[in-house]
Design a protein around this ligand. Structure first.
Ligand code: JCQ
Length: 243
């Protein structure tokens, strides 16, 4: 069981994304739990204010320490076993390896930051890990948190069926996936490659391996330089250079 707690000033943004697809099934099966928290509920003042103007002046608003600290204290309590993550473009860049490392956690708490920034003491005293989902700026960390929850949840045993197994994913094999086709064999003159209709599984495997390497070489050559290539793969790549 993996538990997520998400702290946000817009918790309602998470309702429909988590009410569909495999995440819904994982919640129903009790494989994961997702608890949403409105940071405003932890602000003590009458108007539940969660931000304030920056010391030193300048524009914009800054997320206050107190509501975030009180929310975390109520979720985590005294025992500090949770991994507390801040979604921010300044964090370490998320990838399949980071998702795998997080899938072994029992409890992940995600703080959704906002574009105008947050009091640095939140980072300094309350956050274990800062994560970015990529080099672009969002209006808030909510969509980034959804990406993280989705990518980590599908690695929890039982979330994917055997047919969708994560073992053979692009970023587990280190290569992009080969093209897939389904019926009909021809549509408006658009044909499925002959070899896939042949029933010759040795030839089909060879075609798929070559197609994976070809696609990876043209779209993501960086993946090939990072990955250990087998002699067979090196030979196929040399053949591709000739073509
Ligand atoms: C996450 N890639 C982009 C934006 C500041 C904590 O401070 C900030 C948070 C955000 C929201 O997250 C992102 C993001 N990964 O924009 C600015």
């Amino acid at each position: 069981m993996l538990r997520f707690d998400i702290l946000s000033i817009f918790p309602e943004m998470f309702q429909s994304p988590f009410d569909a697809s495999l995440i819904k099934k994982a919640l129903e099966k009790g494989l994961i739990e997702i608890h949403l928290h409105d940071i405003r509920d932890y602000a003590l003042d009458k108007h539940h204010v969660t931000d304030d103007t920056p010391y030193g002046g300048g524009g914009g608003m800054v997320m206050k320490v107190e509501p975030v600290e009180r929310a975390l204290a109520s979720i985590i309590g005294e025992k500090a076993e949770a991994m507390v993550i801040l979604m921010t473009p300044q964090g370490e860049v998320f990838n399949q390896g980071v998702a795998e490392s997080l899938s072994s956690c029992d409890h992940i708490v995600i703080v959704c930051g906002h574009y105008e920034g947050l009091d640095e003491r939140i980072r300094q005293y309350l956050i274990d890990r800062e994560i970015s989902i990529g080099d672009y700026v969002l209006t808030g960390g909510e969509f980034a948190a959804m990406v993280l929850v989705d990518a980590v949840s599908r690695l929890v045993p039982g979330v994917l069926g055997n047919s969708n197994s994560a073992v053979f994913d692009s970023f587990s094999t280190g290569l992009l996936e080969y093209p897939q086709y389904t019926r009909p064999a021809e549509y408006r003159g658009w044909k499925v490659p002959e070899v896939l209709l042949s029933g010759n599984h040795r030839q089909i495997d060879a075609w798929r391996k070559k197609a994976s390497l070809k696609r990876t070489r043209s779209r993501r050559p960086d993946l090939l330089t990072k990955r250990h290539l087998t002699d067979d793969e090196k030979k196929i790549l040399e053949e591709l250079e000739m073509e």
